[in-house]
Design a protein around this ligand. Structure first.
Ligand SMILES: NC(=O)C1=CN([C@@H]2O[C@H](COP(=O)(O)OP(=O)(O)OC[C@H]3O[C@@H](n4cnc5c(N)ncnc54)[C@H](O)[C@@H]3O)[C@@H](O)[C@H]2O)C=CC1
Ligand SMILES: O=C(O)[C@@H]1CCC=N1
Length: 281
């Protein structure tokens, strides 16, 4: 946008965007692919991006695509790691031929800590970790950020780029990455399962399957938005739905008996966090 000056003349504003000069992406599947599409929509130049992936997902026009790491890859400003954690051991030695002395490595690998990334990519200028989630594809991820000893310019840039894809928040302690992975990284799957299970419950009691699925989905969508906009906590909102002696209380009594739901989710999140620790080893 070009704002007018008080004299009525149009002032040319030079926008300094936060995108890296050159972005090398290793592994562009569900997550890295969705991030790239989000950034392209916000102005990232496809010509500044090189994607290395034998079978990338929905590659955008204008991006340089390689099926493997080639010796002529120019030293990148950012290196985004979008491979599975289990692949790092194979991929890292191939990256040894690329000059990473100017590169900020941004890793989305679940479980792999900064020390493991540093050992795998010893020549990198700096290393940061992120934990986004699948809602990155609609610009509504909550992305956790973590880095040690990162300069202010890198921190600002990282924060700006992930704020473009939803919200971004720094973690003070790396061990929290395992928990955030188990909470908001894997979390969309828990909610998708809940929606599916709720629809199936109504179907089992006699509702047509497609209608039950539609109602379950619409209810979750509206309720999540309501909870997001409300000043009250989700726990308080649940109490507001439950009329004394009514239908909701009858259902909540089932979920709350022996803290069944709390215990189930605590167990599920604990299993995910433990798996995150294992993936880093
Ligand atoms: N899927 C999710 O919801 C989330 C995933 N993550 C993390 O994101 C990373 C990627 O996950 P997804 O995108 O779901 O997986 P994905 O399987 O969709 O993407 C991985 C990509 O790596 C490519 N690849 C395989 N071998 C390669 C090689 N040697 N060189 C370059 N590319 C290669 C594959 O072709 C694929 O496109 C994982 O480390 C995961 O922990 C983090 C948060 C959420
Ligand atoms: O399941 C996984 O390992 C990845 C990390 C968080 C979500 N998906």
């Amino acid at each position: 946008m070009r704002p007018s000056t008080s004299s009525g003349q149009t002032e040319v504003v030079r926008v300094t965007h936060p995108f890296p000069q050159s972005l090398l992406v290793i592994g562009s599947g569900n997550m890295a692919g969705a991030m790239l599409r989000g950034w392209f929509a916000q102005g990232l130049d496809p010509a500044s991006v090189t994607v290395v992936d034998p079978s990338p997902r929905d590659l955008s026009a204008g991006v340089r695509h390689l099926t493997g790491i080639a010796p002529d890859i120019a030293p990148p400003d950012w290196l985004l790691l979008g491979i599975k954690p289990q692949m790092l051991g194979d991929v890292a030695p191939q990256l040894a031929g690329i000059d990473l002395s100017q590169a900020l490595v941004v890793s989305m690998l679940a479980g792999v800590e900064c020390s493991g990334l540093r050992a795998a990519l010893p020549s990198a200028r700096a290393i940061a970790r992120i934990m986004p989630n699948m809602a990155v594809s609609i610009g509504q991820s909550v992305t956790a950020l973590y880095a040690e000893g990162l300069g202010e310019a890198d921190r600002d840039r990282l924060e700006s780029l992930f704020a473009m894809l939803g919200t971004a928040e720094w973690l003070a302690d790396e061990s929290q990455m395992h928990l955030v992975t188990a909470l908001s990284g894997s979390g969309p799957a828990y909610l998708f399962r809940f929606i599916d299970s709720l629809g199936k419950a109504a179907e089992g009691l006699g509702m047509p399957a497609d209608q039950a699925a539609r109602f379950a989905m619409a209810m979750v969508r509206g309720s999540a938005e309501l909870a997001h906009r409300s000043d009250e906590t989700p726990a308080q909102l649940a109490e507001r739905v439950a009329s004394p002696g009514g239908t909701t209380r009858a259902a909540l009594n089932v979920l709350d008996a022996d803290a069944a739901l709390d215990r189930l989710l605590a167990e599920a999140v604990d299993a995910a966090a433990k798996r995150s620790v294992e993936l880093g080893q």
